[in-house]
Ligand binder design. Structure first.
Ligand SMILES: [Zn+2]
Length: 185
């Protein structure tokens, strides 16, 4: 039987830009201070004629669990065709809706993941997360269930990670640094 109370893996918030835009990300953000949380599904679009071609655009669905609302809603699109990430909020979502606010906040966090980190604790000197980041035990790149223990800290399966490492090395992003295990709250 599945243990429903077991905490899900906590990944380093600094990995957010890589995870969120890996292709098939399902990420839960939990505000440690308020206890509120939401889950985002961020899925890369593919060419309609050739499904192998990935487009620089992602469909986003958000579930605002903190509101007692479990149904995921379509939030809009993220575009990565320019250095600065752009977003488009679905016309179905009113501008002052919490969904739109959360979506905007998340895009800001993808561009500057340091906002998820807190300040060093006066108690133990460690930097604890202000917003904890969780994956769903599914590879954020291909969507398959994660079975390798190391993937707990990355949210990416070993095969996808190998390919990703090459991509990130070209961008001078250090994999070991952004996926370093963090203190669970
Ligand atoms: Zn994968």
């Amino acid at each position: 039987m599945k243990n429903l109370t077991a905490p899900r893996p906590n990944v380093n918030p600094l990995a957010l830009p890589v995870l969120a835009l890996a292709g098939r990300a399902i990420l839960t953000f939990r505000n440690v201070e308020t206890g509120s949380h939401f889950t985002a599904i961020i899925r890369q679009k593919r060419d309609k004629k050739d499904r192998k071609i990935k487009l620089p655009a992602y469909n986003v669905w958000i579930s605002l669990l903190g509101d007692g609302e479990t149904r995921k809603r379509y939030a809009g699109l993220i575009f990565t065709d320019q250095p600065q990430i752009r977003m488009w909020v679905s016309r179905e979502v009113p501008a002052n809706d919490r969904l739109a606010q959360v979506f905007r906040w998340m895009v800001g966090a993808i561009q500057n993941p340091v906002v998820l980190r807190g300040t060093p604790s006066t108690v133990d000197g460690l930097v604890h997360n202000k917003v904890a980041l969780f994956h769903e035990n599914k590879c954020c790149h291909c969507g398959l269930t994660l079975t390798h223990p190391e993937s707990i800290y990355t949210g990416i399966g070993p095969v996808c990670m190998k390919n990703l490492e090459r991509e990130l090395a070209a961008k001078d992003i250090k994999v070991a640094e952004i996926f370093a295990p963090v203190e669970a709250i």
